[in-house]
Design a protein around this ligand. Structure first.
Ligand code: ACO
Length: 431
């Protein structure tokens, strides 16, 4: 079977044969399709793809998604197996290094990460400057950006050792900064990391330890949080990962690029969705209000947050795992009447023609909010936890992009539809 695409330009009858490689054609091949081959100002055709609906911006070996079949794999391992058998730190290693670690490699990795959980005292002073009701996601993104001023050597991004240090520091410090943001908002003293606890257990320790000499997380909560981190660790070329890559393509230090990725994740259409889901449920409040809310969604006045996905048009495999886990966690924690509202929304969403015909299914954020809430984590912290886990994926994708010889500074084209050239008119002469 010929791996080419034949294109005829009907403006001048010319035919071009474009190679197909990995199921893709190169967009730059359209540059040769000029109306007049001799006109140096004719730059040929461009591909118009707002929101990158059908444009691959990179080749990647990290995460595979088949949205129609509900498949998500990290480095070839199905998300279901990782959620059942792995830990977040092991999964982070897998994402960054490409393979599961041996026992020796894993011990070193754990040590390297926990070695970097502390933050400089000045970082705490920096966080102390935020207003008490500052959103923790704003604190996280500013503080991660500020880390670049603490580690100026991190600019040397083509030095493998500097990259290794930055990756370890970012994965190590993210839970600490997240917990500091929470403790600051409460006016509580900051807790030190505990190197004897797991990654998730230490995060819970830094969040919730009060006067007890040693914090011991409930094993069910610790495991559930770890699984949530695994589920959020990477998701190929989503908005924030694309931001990480495109900002990284101008070669700043990784702290600055990660701050940009956090900003992209902050939006309610992306990582901010789980926070908005809970706020939506609070607003609906009771089962009686569900029909009016659904009517308003179907009238196009608002969205059923936590439903729909750009890629998953069948179901989100992460949502299926969380839904199963939510039942276990909620059986040992305080239950909330909002769960009934969520279940009713889900029931309607899976049956109603509006949602079915648009292939709108619950996504990862529909249930994760409940899990976090049941763990005592406040709503504002939900996107922070998403960013914390996604840092592993961002690091893997950033390194892959930097080392890809085909990548350059990211710079999309545009179709200019504005005014044609006109002369400046002094203000006094303008109508
Ligand atoms: N509620 C109601 N209608 C919806 C929803 C929703 N949540 N999502 C999409 N639709 C409708 C749109 O109105 C549109 O209908 P139309 O064809 O009649 O105009 C149709 O479904 C297609 O929607 P698009 O916006 O084109 O879909 P897109 O792929 O661009 O959007 C997105 C995906 C942003 C996730 C969207 O489904 C959405 O806004 N969902 C709610 C926010 C959310 O849960 N985000 C989390 C995503 S997962 C993550 O980031 C981890």
């Amino acid at each position: 079977m010929a791996q080419t695409l034949t294109v005829t330009d009907n403006r001048n009858g010319k035919t071009y044969e474009l190679p197909i490689e990995n199921g893709a054609i190169r967009s730059v091949a359209f540059n040769q399709m000029k109306l007049d081959a001799d006109d140096p100002l004719d730059h040929g055709l461009v591909c118009y793809d707002p929101a990158s609906m059908n444009t691959a911006s990179c080749k990647s070996t990290i995460t595979y998604i088949d949205g129609d079949r509900g498949i998500l794999e990290y480095r070839g391992y199905p998300i279901e197996q990782l959620a059942e058998k792995s830990t977040f730190l092991e999964t982070a290693y897998l994402l960054i290094h490409g393979d599961l670690p041996t026992a020796v490699q894993f011990e070193k990795w754990k040590h390297d990460i926990s070695d970097h959980t502390m933050v400089h005292e000045n970082v705490k002073n920096f966080i102390g400057g935020f207003h008490h009701d500052a959103h923790p996601m704003g604190i996280l993104l500013s503080t991660v950006g500020a880390l670049s001023t603490f580690y100026s050597d991190a600019n040397d991004i083509f030095d493998p050792e500097q990259r290794r240090m930055s990756v370890n520091r970012l994965i190590g410090k993210m839970p600490t900064i997240a917990a500091l943001a929470y403790r600051h908002s409460k006016g509580f003293p900051y807790n030190q990391p505990d190197a004897d606890l797991s990654y998730a257990g230490n995060y819970l320790n830094m969040m919730f330890k009060m006067l007890e000499p040693r914090y011991q997380p409930a094993p069910e909560i610790e495991r559930a949080l770890d699984v949530l981190f695994i589920l959020h660790a990477d998701h190929e070329q989503n908005c924030s990962t694309n931001t990480m890559r495109i900002v990284g393509s101008s070669h700043p230090d990784p702290y600055s690029a990660t701050a940009a990725a956090i900003a992209a994740l902050y939006g309610p259409l992306h990582g901010g969705a789980n926070e908005v889901v809970l706020r939506m449920l609070h607003r609906i409040g009771t089962l009686e209000n569900v029909p009016a809310f659904i009517a308003s969604v179907k009238a196009g006045k608002e969205r059923l947050m936590g439903f729909g996905h750009r890629i998953y048009k069948n179901y989100d495999p992460r949502a299926a795992i969380i839904k199963r886990m939510a039942d276990q966690v909620l059986s040992i924690t305080v239950t909330t009447p909002l769960l009934d509202v969520a279940r009713e929304l889900e029931r309607i969403g899976l049956e109603d023609e509006y949602f079915v015909s648009r292939k709108l299914y619950p996504n990862v954020d529909f249930y994760s909010g409940f899990m976090y809430q049941a763990m005592g984590i406040p709503v504002e912290m939900f996107p922070v936890l998403f960013a914390l886990a996604r840092t592993a994926g961002w690091m893997a994708q950033w390194q892959e992009s930097l080392l890809d010889p085909e990548q350059k500074i990211g710079r999309p084209r545009q179709i200019y539809l504005g005014k044609t050239r006109r002369d400046y008119v002094p203000m006094t002469e303008r109508a």
